[in-house]
Structures are given as C-alpha cells and as structure tokens.
Design a protein around this ligand. Structure first.
Ligand SMILES: [Zn+2]
Ligand SMILES: [Zn+2]
Length: 124
C-alpha cells in the first residue's frame, strides 16, 4: 500500500500548510480587531494605542503559556490551590492572579472578587 502511504504524507504537508495559513489569517484578524477596538475605546489612543496592541500581542501568548504551566503544576500536586482567599479570608473558588509574566510561579491566589478588584485597581 505504498500509494496510500504516500497519499497521507502529501496530505500531512497540505494540512500543515493550511493550518499555517489559518493561523496567519487569524492573527491578522485579531490585529485588525484590536486596532478598531482601540480606536473606539482606547483612552489615549493618539499616543499609545499601537503600542498597547503590540504589548497585548506580546503578553497574551505568554499568559496562556503561564496558565498552562501552572495548571500542570497543580495537576501534578506541586502547587496546591487554597480553599480560602488569602486576601479576604472568604471561602470561594480561588483563582491564580499573575503578578507578572516573567515566570509562571509569580502569582498570588485570589478569590474571584479580589481578583476582579486587583485588576480594576491596576487599571485606575
Ligand atoms: Zn478574596
Ligand atoms: Zn489576574
């Protein structure tokens, strides 16, 4: 069945090429979306909205990778998710808030409402 094998190899390449194309389109679409979004909503768009987009593009994949790593560490039992929020002492679903994205362990545990507040405070 040499033919069938060859066929699947050809297809693999084709699929890879197609995925690449798809990623590229997706990336461009995302960029367009954020350009429009910042034009509409960006407060200081005149001086830094492009910069913000670049920043977002830079941090987003990193953030995803960090969460993936942290999740793996939790699964592996290397990190334990507390039952109580270390900030307010409430018992709730605790989320990881990354202080920065230099390392996946640079995070603090926060309940959903503390987490939300943390992000709002940072914005102000
Ligand atoms: Zn809390
Ligand atoms: Zn956060």
């Amino acid at each position: 069945m040499a033919y069938a094998k060859q066929y699947s190899i050809d297809h693999k390449e084709e699929r890879k090429a197609r995925k690449h194309e798809y990623d590229k389109i997706n990336r461009d679409r995302n960029r367009e979306y954020y350009v429009v979004w910042y034009k509409k909503n960006g407060r200081n768009r005149a001086d830094n909205y492009l910069e913000k987009i670049l920043e977002w593009n830079e941090t987003f994949p990193r953030r995803k990778a960090m969460h993936r790593k942290l999740y793996r560490a939790i699964k592996a039992g290397k990190v334990t998710r507390p039952e109580i929020c270390p900030n307010c002492g409430r018992s709730a679903k605790i989320q990881a808030h990354h202080v920065n994205y230099e390392h996946f362990m640079n995070f603090v545990w926060l309940c959903a409402s503390c987490h939300k507040r943390e992000h709002n405070d940072n914005k102000a």
